[in-house]
Design a protein around this ligand. Structure first.
Ligand SMILES: [Zn+2]
Length: 645
């Protein structure tokens, strides 16, 4: 079916069931603004009444200790599934009351029509929809009147880390507990499309908000923005063209996570009217989250899902797989695309993928092969210094922070004079920097004129930061110089020494960070399982298993305790159980097994004491014992013969 035809039908269907079911919705909410407690009660009512398709999450607490609620609506809400995820949030600003009501009304509409309306049922079955109606509960409940800012008087929609610059009273990126809660939720879920409601205007505001250059996904974003605008009667607007904002949720969502996120500006007084304007448009966004390409990225050997990054050349901005399932969802318009699949410790793969249907994604599953390469995984926060003012911001620096991810490619992020970037070098257990012999990581500069910078490292995203050293141009660094054993986050700050802030691509030009030797953690001491007593000369099976905290392959070294040569077995994937046979001559032995990863890091020896033969066989089965002794003698003879010839 043609897209427009389908969209029209969709809108007609939505209008039809709204006409049928809206009384139920309005009966629940009777179009009155909700206090924090009233909203909490409604979210709890929804989860109690629709427990098969909802789950209510405590995302964190506000400054004054109020819970920030996240309502997940999907089939199988307790299971992470291969489904695109969509987030609808409201009330970064506590006085923008309408922005609480629209997500809440949407929640009611969805749950009340599940298994009644086939279109809504299909969306709930095939999406994971997160509704976070009130991000700033303290502002909402402030007295005598609700306030825009939170209880620390910070504008929460300036507290996000992508191109944060301290506006809105934000003392540092992600400084406020409310925004840390939203950040954690966004890092744990791979939102594809998101809406952030505000008042008071009639705009469909799309990124960027901080600079005049368009995003690489602009064609798709404009199409969806225009759809929203047509449905709502609002005006689609490129955020920067309206006014410049630094550190808002749209920039974080798209900048750090590849999630296309809109600021929707509505009225703040007539709930029925705002709901009528936005209802169908919101549902269209939920629907649109599965256009483009999708699939699962796994390890070719183990079949396990991978934390991978998907880069489409024609819309060059990363999206991330969900490491639990391995699924990715990249919205794209119909066309032919060259898609790069990258992951730390895996060989890159490139696929040409054709998107035919704008209503149905093209599926491309990918299995990657192990290879030693470790680069920055995602942008944690950044602040490129820009000397210009609106409407001329970043006219001399069109570079993007994500250009610092992945291997060196001479596409780089220019920090501006004194600018800062913080990069996450890997998910837990899949990367990170360790202090090994010699240098531990290389910082690559991406253009021909070397510029100076300082390098800091931290175990956690928000510090404390330890100075590791200073560099000019491409340089390598040793955690030892900061007396650090390991780090996951690297901060790079331009040293303000070189060049003009008005030059093209000012400041240090960060191309990539490569980890030189990512493994420091040895494998866990193996488990040995098998008989602890038995008959001499008989073969017994023993199983060994261990895991390597870095997920490296492991080789086992086995000492059977009987003066035979140590056996070296492997390598095997971390966690794979292996089985080995051995037999002994009469006596007591200690089987010793250790595991070694590919970097030569060794586990402790695991020891299993065994006895061959067990003494009761000596007493009760003398004949068998005699045969076993013969067999032992034969083995000894065999060994002697071997030695001689
Ligand atoms: Zn607002």
């Amino acid at each position: 079916m043609k897209k427009m035809q389908k969209k029209i039908i969709v809108i007609l269907v939505v209008m039809l069931f709204i006409a049928t079911y809206l009384p139920n919705v309005s009966g629940k909410t009777n179009y009155e603004f909700h206090s924090y407690l009233e909203m909490t009660t409604e979210l709890q009512d929804i989860t109690n009444n629709y427990s098969n398709i909802t789950k209510l999450y405590d995302l964190g607490s506000s400054v004054e200790g109020r819970t920030i609620w996240g309502l997940k609506i999907t089939d199988n809400p307790n299971i992470e599934e291969n489904e695109p995820e969509v987030r609808i949030c409201g009330a970064h600003h506590g006085n923008e009351l309408m922005s609480i009501e629209l997500p809440l009304l949407l929640a009611w509409l969805l749950v009340e029509n599940y298994s009644i309306d086939p279109y809504i049922t299909d969306l709930i079955d095939n999406r994971e929809i997160w509704i976070i109606p009130l991000i700033n509960p303290d502002g909402r409940m402030a007295t005598p009147v609700p306030t825009r800012r939170n209880a620390n008087r910070v504008d929460l929609n300036r507290d996000y880390g992508y191109m944060w610059d301290g506006s809105g009273g934000s003392p540092s990126p992600f400084s406020q507990p409310e925004i840390q809660a939203i950040r954690n939720n966004a890092l744990n879920n791979n939102f594809v499309l998101s809406l952030s409601f505000h008042t008071t205007a009639a705009y469909v505001n799309y990124p960027w908000n901080y600079k005049p250059q368009l995003t690489p996904d602009n064609d798709l974003i404009v199409l969806l923005s225009n759809q929203y605008a047509a449905s709502s009667g609002y005006t689609a607007i490129f955020g920067y063209d309206w006014y410049q904002v630094r550190g808002d949720t749209n920039e974080f969502s798209y900048g750090c996570r590849g999630d296309i996120d809109w600021t929707i500006e509505t009225g703040n007084s007539n709930i029925a009217k705002s709901w009528d304007n936005n209802r169908d448009a919101m549902i269209n966004i939920i629907d649109a989250a599965d256009m483009g390409i999708t699939g699962i990225v796994t390890d070719k050997t183990t079949g396990q899902p991978i934390a991978a990054t998907v880069w489409v050349e024609e819309a060059y901005w990363p999206c991330f797989t969900d490491p639990i399932v391995g699924d990715y969802h990249k919205p794209l318009l119909p066309g032919s695309y060259t898609v790069h699949f990258r992951a730390n410790s895996y060989e890159e793969q490139v696929h040409i993928i054709n998107v035919i249907d704008s209503d149905k994604p093209t599926v491309q599953n990918v299995s990657l092969i192990r290879e030693d390469n470790y680069y920055a995984y995602q942008v944690t926060w950044c602040n490129f210094f820009d000397p210009y003012h609106y409407p001329d911001n970043f006219q001399n620096n069109p570079t993007d922070a994500i250009s610092a991810l992945g291997p060196p490619d001479n596409i780089f992020a220019s920090l501006g004079l004194g600018g800062v970037i913080v990069l996450d070098m890997g998910k837990d257990g899949e990367g990170g920097i360790f202090n090994n012999q010699g240098d531990d990581f290389i910082v690559f500069e991406g253009d021909i004129s070397p510029e100076g910078y300082d390098v800091y490292a931290s175990v956690t995203w928000d510090g404390p930061w330890t100075l590791i050293g200073a560099g000019t141009g491409t340089s390598s660094f040793d955690l030892e110089d900061g007396s650090m054993e390991n780090a996951r986050f690297v901060m790079i700050q331009d040293d303000e020494e070189d060049g003009s802030e008005y030059a093209t691509n000012p400041g240090f030009d960060l191309d990539a960070i490569q980890i030189l030797n990512p493994s420091s953690v040895p494998p866990i001491m193996p488990d040995i399982d098998g008989a602890t007593s038995g008959k001499a000369g008989k073969n017994y099976e023993y199983t060994f298993v261990t895991t390597d905290p870095n997920g490296d392959e492991v080789t086992y070294i086995v000492n059977w305790g009987d003066n035979s040569d140590e056996e070296i077995i492997g390598p095997y994937p971390s966690g794979e159980q292996i089985t080995v046979n051995h037999s002994w001559v009469e006596g007591d032995y200690s089987i010793k097994v250790k595991a070694v990863d590919k970097y030569g890091k060794e586990s402790e020896w695991a020891i299993l004491e065994i006895s061959m033969p067990k003494s009761k066989f000596n007493i009760n089965l003398p004949f068998q014992n005699f045969l076993e002794n013969l067999s032992n003698l034969f083995q000894v003879l065999q060994k002697l013969l071997f030695l001689r010839f």
